[in-house]
Design a protein around this ligand. Structure first.
Ligand code: AMP
Ligand code: GLY
Length: 421
C-alpha cells in the first residue's frame, strides 16, 4: 500500500515509524514532514491546509491510504475532500472534528448528553462575560477561547481581575482572532490529568493504553503552558476501575452522542480527563492523536496500525483485537532555547546518527531540518526522545540517557518527566 501522512511533527514521526512496521506498507510519503521524517519517508512539499494539491497528489500517485494527523486540516475538511475524490482517509470528517475545533460545541454536547465535565457558561459578548465573572466572584476560574488557538486558548485565571483581562484579550484584542468570538467560562477543577486516546469507527470505541502529558515548560510544573514537554505511558493514576468508569460514563456516551447529533466520529478521539474528587471529568476532546502522547502510546502498540486504520474506515473495528505491550514508555521533549515564547531556528545538532537516531532510544523528530548529512533545529519542540522498558523507571532512565547524547545550542528539556502530578 502507498500511504500519505499529512503533518510535520513528532506525532507524525511516531505514526510513520509505526506504519513502517507494517508489511502492508510499501511506500510512505509525508507532507510536509521534517528533517527526521525525511530519513523514513519521502517528503512532499504541500502544506497541510492545501486540500486541492493534496488531493491531486494522492490521485496522481495512486495513494491507498491518507492519514490526516493535525487538528487544523481535520477541522477544515481534509478527510471529506479525500473521500469526495474516492481516496480512503483516516480521520474524522469536518462535522465530527468540531468536537475539538469548537469548545462551545463540545461543552454543549456534554451538557446535553450528561457527560461529566466542568460547569460552564458561554458568552459572545465581552461585557456580559465580565459581569458574570464579577457576579460569581470566584477564582481560580478558567477562560477558554471557543476555537483552535494552537493550544494556547485556555487561561487559568488566578484572580477575578486576571479573568477579566483574559476576556478582554480574547474578545476585544482578538488575541486568537475569530477563535475568540465566543468564549467558555468554566469552573476550575483539580486532580491528576490523564490522556486517553481511543480508536473509534463510530460504532465501537477501543481505548488505547493511557498516558500523561507534562504541559508546563519547566521543572516542577513551572513556566508557561506548551504543546507538551514529555509524556509517560501508562498513566499511574489511571486504574482499571477508573478505566471502566470512563468507558461507561464518558467514552461510550460520547460516541453515542456524536451519532445522535448526526456527526459520527471515525478516527482517533482523544479524551483529556481530570480525575477529580467527584469522579473523572472531561477537560477537552481532541479529534486526533495527542502530541507527545502518540510518542509513548504508539511504541506500545503491537497490532498492525494499517489494519486498524482500515478497520476504522470500513467500520469493522469490533472485529479487531488490538494488542498492547505490557511495559511502559517515556518521552522527553528537547526544545529550542526560549520555547514556547521565541526561539532561534537553524542551529546545528550533534549526537544523532545519519537516520536521526541514537542507540538505546527512539528519536522522534518534531522540528528539524536535514541538509547535507546534518540535522538542524527548525521549530520550538525539536525532538521527542522516547524509550520503552518493562517498568516506567527503566524507560525514563533510558530516555534520559539518550537525551544526554544529543546536544544543540540552547537546548532545554524537563528533568522531571514522570515525576510530577
Ligand atoms: P486544554 O487546552 O483544554 O487542554 O487546556 C489546557 C490545560 O488547562 C489542561 O490540560 C488543564 O491542565 C487546564 N485546564 C483546562 N480546563 C480546566 C479546568 N476546568 N479546571 C482546571 N484546569 C483546567
Ligand atoms: N499534548 C496535548 C495535545 O496534543 O493536545
Amino acid at each position: 500500500m502507498k500511504i500519505l501522512m499529512i503533518g510535520s511533527g513528532g506525532r507524525e514521526h511516531a505514526l510513520i515509524k509505526k506504519l513502517l512496521e507494517s508489511p502492508k506498507c510499501t511506500k510512505l510519503y509525508c507532507a510536509p514532514g521534517n528533517g527526521g521524517i525525511s530519513r523514513d519517508a519521502e517528503l512532499v512539499d504541500i502544506g497541510v491546509m492545501d486540500k486541492e494539491n493534496m488531493v491531486k497528489f494522492a490521485k496522481d500517485n495512486a495513494i491507498d491510504l491518507v492519514f490526516v494527523a493535525p487538528d487544523d486540516p481535520l477541522a477544515d475538511g481534509m478527510v471529506d475532500a479525500m473521500q469526495e475524490a474516492g481516496i480512503r482517509a483516516f480521520g474524522p470528517n469536518a462535522n465530527a472534528a468540531i468536537i475539538e475545533a469548537s469548545k462551545v460545541f463540545s461543552k454543549n454536547l456534554m451538557k446535553k448528553y450528561g457527560i461529566p465535565t466542568a460547569k460552564y457558561e458561554v458568552f459572545s459578548d465581552a461585557q456580559k462575560a465580565i459581569d458574570y465573572i464579577k457576579s460569581e466572584n470566584t477564582a481560580p476560574v478558567v477562560v477558554k477561547a471557543d476555537g483552535l488557538a494552537l493550544g494556547k486558548g485556555v487561561i487559568i485565571a488566578q484572580t477575578v481581575d486576571e479573568a477579566i483581562d483574559a476576556v478582554k484579550e480574547i474578545m476585544e484584542d482578538k488575541k486568537f482572532g475569530d477563535s475568540g468570538n465566543n468564549i467558555v467560562i468554566e469552573e476550575f477543577l483539580t486532580g491528576p490529568e490523564v490522556s486517553v486516546l481511543a480508536f473509534t469507527d463510530g460504532k465501537c470505541v477501543k481505548p488505547m493504553v493511557s498516558s500523561k502529558d507534562h504541559k508546563r515548560a519547566f521543572d516542577n510544573d513551572e513556566g508557561l503552558n506548551t504543546g507538551g514537554m514529555g509524556t509517560i505511558s501508562p498513566n499511574p493514576y489511571y486504574t482499571d476501575e477508573i478505566a471502566k468508569e470512563c468507558m461507561d460514563t464518558i467514552f461510550i456516551p460520547t460516541i453515542e452522542a456524536m451519532n445522535k447529533e448526526g456527526r459520527p466520529f471515525k478516527g482517533c478521539l482523544y479524551f483529556g480527563l481530570m480525575l477529580t474528587p467527584n469522579g473523572p471529568k472531561v477537560i477537552e476532546y481532541n479529534a486526533r492523536f495527542g502530541d507527545p502522547e502518540a510518542q509513548v502510546v504508539l511504541p506500545r502498540l503491537k497490532t498492525d496500525l494499517v489494519d486498524i486504520c482500515e478497520a476504522v474506515i470500513d467500520e469493522k473495528l469490533s472485529d479487531l483485537d488490538i494488542e498492547w505491550d505490557n511495559g511502559a514508555a517515556a518521552c522527553v521533549v528537547m526544545a529550542s532555547g526560549g520555547y514556547p515564547v521565541s526561539y532561534k531556528k537553524g542551529i546545528e545538532m550533534f549526537g544523532l546518527d545519519d537516520k536521526g537516531g541514537v542507540d538505546g532510544a527512539i528519536v522522534y523528530h518534531a522540528g528539524t531540518k536535514y541538509e547535507n548529512g546534518k540535522f538542524y533545529t527548525n521549530g520550538g519542540r525539536v525532538l521527542g526522545v522516547t524509550a520503552t522498558a518493562d517498568t516506567l523507571d527503566e524507560a525514563l532512565k533510558k530516555a534520559y540517557a539518550a537525551v544526554e547524547k544529543i546536544s544543540f545550542e540552547g537546548a532545554h528539556y524537563r528533568h522531571d518527566i514522570g515525576k510530577t502530578k
